[in-house]
Ligand binder design. Structure first.
Ligand code: S3P
Length: 159
């Protein structure tokens, strides 16, 4: 399938960069977190509060399957998408996967004032999450793009 899929940590800029790439390439833009919020009529934070992380992960996996016939889209994913190997297998069949790789310092700086609507950060520190996931992002991605000290435009150009 002719899609571009962005994976990476919270704060790596997947949504903003995804929109820029979609504009530049004249492709559709899809944001999985936003789609889950629309389908459930609830914010991600409320989904975590009401039903817990496990339910959210099930919704993510269901959606990955639902979009498997999409073509010509830039798709940004939630940071935890790589936690389930089933998602990874499905994404590899859906498009070319780019990991937006950022250092802990860069991610912390990007997330300043942006942590309220990120339920994972209530129970876990950013460095622990990064440590657990960095190998998963790397093994999932076809391409790794560094976001450190780069403008979002420059990152989009590389993609
Ligand atoms: C999550 C990241 C969030 C969202 C949810 C869980 C995670 O998306 O999917 O809060 O586990 O890292 P962003 O990466 O867009 O913040």
């Amino acid at each position: 399938m002719n899609n571009i899929i962005l994976v990476g940590m919270m704060g790596s800029g997947k949504s903003t960069i995804g929109k820029i790439v979609a504009d530049k390439l004249n492709m559709k833009y899809m944001d999985l977190d936003q789609m889950i919020e629309q389908m459930q009529g609830l914010t991600i934070s409320r989904i975590f509060e009401m039903y817990g992380e496990e339910k959210f992960r099930t919704l993510e996996t269901d959606l990955i399957y639902k979009i498997s016939d999409v073509n010509g889209a830039v798709i940004s994913t939630g940071g935890g998408i790589v936690l389930n190997p089933v998602n990874t297998i499905q994404m590899k069949q859906t498009g070319t996967i780019f990991y937006l790789e950022g250092s802990l310092e860069q991610l912390r700086s990007n997330l300043e004032g942006e942590t309220d609507h990120r339920p994972m950060l209530k129970a876990n520190s950013l460095d622990t999450i990064l440590r657990v996931r960095s190998g998963l992002y790397t093994s999932t991605a076809h391409h790794i793009i560094s976001i450190n000290n780069q403008t979002k435009e420059a990152i989009a150009d590389q993609i």
